[in-house]
Design a protein around this ligand. Structure first.
Ligand code: HEM
Length: 515
C-alpha cells in the first residue's frame, strides 16, 4: 500500500512538473515577453501555440511567390525576406515575431547592430545550430561560440593575411582564365560574335573551382568531390529551414536522418583522406613539414607550429570542420556577388565602360595580380554597391546571453535579435532618397562615408566575428571581373529575376588579351 502511495505521489509530481514547464514555456513566457515588448512600444504578429508565427511566415512566403517581381526595381526584400518586408511595413522597423516558442526581435538600426556585433559582443551568443546545420558545418567557425571560437579564430586568422592571399592570386587567375577559355571556345564553335551565357551557373563553377584550388592545392580534384556531397547537405539544410526543431528528433532513424548521417560520414571520410595524403607527402619532404600554401596546408602548418609553441592546436576533426565551413561560407556568396555585379554592368553600359577603362589603364592586358587589383577604385565601388543592394547573406542573428539593454530597449535573456540585411541596406534614413538605386559613387569617399552611419553596410558583418574571408572574396571577385572586362563586352539578354539571368558576352576573340 505504502509503495503504491509513493509511486502515485511520484507520478503526480512528475505530471505536475511537466505540465508546469509546458505551461511556462508554451504559454506564460510568450505572453509575458509579448507584454514586456508591448510596454516598450514593440509589437508584431501574434504568438500561436507551438508554431509561434511560423505559419503566418509560410503564408506570406507563398503569397509573395505568386506576385511577379518588377524587373526594373532593385528592391528584392519582398522576395528574399517576405515576412520581414510585410511585418516591418505593418509593425514598424523593429518588431517581435516567434519562431516556435523562441522570440525574435528584428533590428535595423546600425547603432544597435554595432552594439550587438561589436561593442557588447560578449553579451550575445549564437543559437545552437540545428542538426542539419551541424552535419553541414560541424564545429567550424560559423557554429562555434565562446573560448572554442576564440581558439579557432586565432588559429585560422594567419591563413587569411594579405600576404597569404597574395600567394593565392595566381590560382584564382588560372581558374578565371580557364572559364574564359571555355567561353571563348563556345564563341568559336558557334561562329557568333556574341554568346549567351547563364552567368550564375558559370560563376558557381568558377568559385567552386577557386575555393577547391585555394583550399586543397594539388588535392583539388578530391576537394571538388567533397563539395558535391556538401552541396547535397546544403540542400537538406535549406529544405529544413522553416522546421521548428524538436529536441532529440535527430536521433530517430528516419529516411531523411539516415541520408544526412550517411552524407556527413562520407564528407568526413573524404576530407580525412585528403589530410592524410598531405601528411604523407609532407613526411616525405624535410622535417619542417611544408603542407603547402593552400588554406588546408596553411591551417595544418599553423596548427603544428602552435602545438610546438603552446601545446594546443586544432585537431584533425576540427580542421575538417573548418574546410567544410570555408566551402559553405565562401562559395555561393562570392558567386552571387559576381553574378549581380555582372547584372549591373550588363544593364549599365556607362559603368561597364568606366570599369573597363580603369582595368586596362591599371592592369593593362596581362593577368592582373593582387597589387594591381587593389588599385581598382571604381571596381571597389561597384562591388560594394552590389553587396549593398544584393547582399549574398540576407540576415544574421544573435541570442542575448542575459537580460540586457540594447539602445533604449531592455531585452530578456534568450531573445534572438535578428538583422535583415536587405532592409538595413535600403534604409532611406541612412542611404538617402536614392537608396533603391544603383549608384556606386556613394562609395567614392570610402566604405564608412557612404551612408549617414559608418556601419550601415554590414554585408560582411562587423566586430570580432566579421567575415574572415572578406579580403579573399573581394580579391577573387576583382580578379574575375578584371579578366572578364579585359576581354569581353557584357550585354544583358533578358531579365527574369526569379529565374536565371543570362548575359551576352561579345567580342571578336573574347579572351585573346588575357593570354
Ligand atoms: C561575397 C562574399 C562573402 C560574403 C558577403 C560573406 C559574408 C559573411 C558574413 C555576413 C558573415 C557573418 C555571419 C554571421 O555573423 O552570422 C561571414 C562569416 C564568415 N565567413 Fe564570409 N562572406 C563571404 C565570403 C567568404 C569567403 C570567401 C570565406 C572563406 C574562404 C568566408 C568565410 C567565412 C567564415 C569562416 C565566417 C565565420 C567567421 C566567424 O564567425 O568567426 N566568407 N561571412
Amino acid at each position: 500500500m505504502g509503495y503504491v502511495l509513493v509511486a502515485g505521489t511520484l507520478f503526480l509530481v512528475t505530471v505536475i512538473t511537466i505540465a508546469w514547464k509546458a505551461f511556462m514555456d508554451l504559454i506564460w513566457k510568450p505572453y509575458s515577453i509579448t507584454k514586456h515588448f508591448q510596454k516598450q512600444g514593440i509589437t508584431g504578429p501574434a504568438y500561436h501555440l507551438l508554431s509561434g508565427s511560423v505559419n503566418e511566415m509560410m503564408k506570406i512566403e507563398e503569397e509573395e511567390k505568386q506576385t511577379p517581381m518588377d524587373p526594373s526595381s532593385h528592391n528584392v526584400t519582398p522576395k528574399v525576406l517576405p515576412h520581414y518586408h510585410r511585418w516591418s511595413q505593418q509593425y514598424g522597423d523593429c518588431f517581435l515575431f516567434w519562431f516556435g516558442t523562441q522570440p525574435r526581435l528584428s533590428i535595423v538600426d546600425p547603432g544597435m547592430i554595432k552594439e550587438v556585433l561589436s561593442t557588447k559582443f560578449g553579451y550575445y551568443t549564437i543559437d545552437k545550430p540545428t542538426p542539419p546545420v551541424m552535419a553541414l558545418l560541424g564545429n567550424g567557425l560559423l557554429n562555434l561560440t565562446g573560448l572554442d571560437w576564440v581558439r579557432h579564430r586565432r588559429a585560422i586568422n594567419p591563413a587569411f593575411t594579405i600576404d597569404k592571399l597574395k600567394g593565392m592570386t595566381k590560382r584564382m587567375a588560372a581558374c578565371a582564365l580557364s572559364t574564359l577559355d571555355r567561353w571563348a571556345d563556345q564563341v568559336v564553335e558557334t561562329n557568333d560574335q556574341c554568346k549567351e551565357i547563364e552567368v550564375h551557373k558559370e560563376f558557381m563553377e568558377l568559385t567552386a573551382d577557386i575555393i577547391a584550388h585555394t583550399s586543397f592545392g594539388t588535392n583539388y580534384k578530391e576537394g571538388k568531390e567533397v563539395f558535391e556531397v556538401e552541396r547535397e547537405l546544403h540542400r537538406m539544410v535549406i529544405d529544413s529551414v522553416a522546421d521548428v526543431y524538436v529536441p532529440g528528433s535527430e536521433y530517430i532513424p528516419t529516411k531523411w536522418n539516415r541520408r544526412m548521417w550517411m552524407l556527413e560520414k562520407r564528407l568526413r571520410n573524404k576530407l580525412k583522406s585528403i589530410i592524410e595524403s598531405k601528411l604523407r607527402t609532407a613526411d616525405l619532404g624535410d622535417s619542417n613539414h611544408d603542407y603547402g600554401e593552400d588554406l588546408l596546408g596553411l591551417m595544418m602548418g599553423i596548427s603544428e607550429d602552435s602545438k610546438k609553441q603552446q601545446g594546443s592546436s586544432l585537431t584533425v576533426n576540427e580542421i575538417i570542420d573548418e574546410c567544410k565551413t570555408f566551402f559553405f561560407a565562401g562559395h555561393e556568396t562570392t558567386s552571387n556577388l559576381l553574378t549581380w555585379a555582372m547584372f549591373f554592368l550588363g544593364k549599365d553600359l556607362e559603368w561597364q565602360k568606366r570599369l573597363r577603362e580603369e582595368v586596362l589603364s591599371v592592369c593593362g592586358i596581362g593577368v592582373p595580380d593582387a597589387d594591381k587589383v587593389s588599385k581598382l577604385k571604381l571596381m571597389n565601388m561597384v562591388l560594394y554597391e552590389t553587396l549593398r543592394l544584393y547582399s549574398p547573406v540576407i540576415f544574421t542573428e544573435r541570442k542575448a546571453a542575459q537580460d540586457i539593454k540594447l539602445g533604449d530597449l531592455t531585452i530578456p535573456k534568450d531573445t534572438v535579435v535578428t538583422f535583415p540585411f536587405p532592409i538595413i541596406h535600403r534604409n532611406k534614413k541612412y542611404w538617402g532618397d536614392d537608396a533603391d538605386d544603383f549608384n556606386p559613387l556613394r562609395f567614392a569617399d570610402g566604405f564608412s562615408k557612404a551612408a549617414k552611419h559608418p556601419n550601415a553596410l554590414i554585408a560582411f558583418s562587423m566586430g570580432p566575428r566579421v567575415c574572415i574571408g572578406q579580403n579573399f572574396a573581394m580579391l577573387e571577385a576583382k580578379i574575375g571581373m578584371a579578366m572578364i572586362l579585359q576581354s569581353c563586352e557584357i550585354l544583358m539578354v533578358d531579365v527574369i529575376l526569379d529565374q536565371d539571368s543570362s548575359f551576352c558576352l561579345a567580342g571578336e576573340d573574347p579572351h585573346k588579351h588575357c593570354r
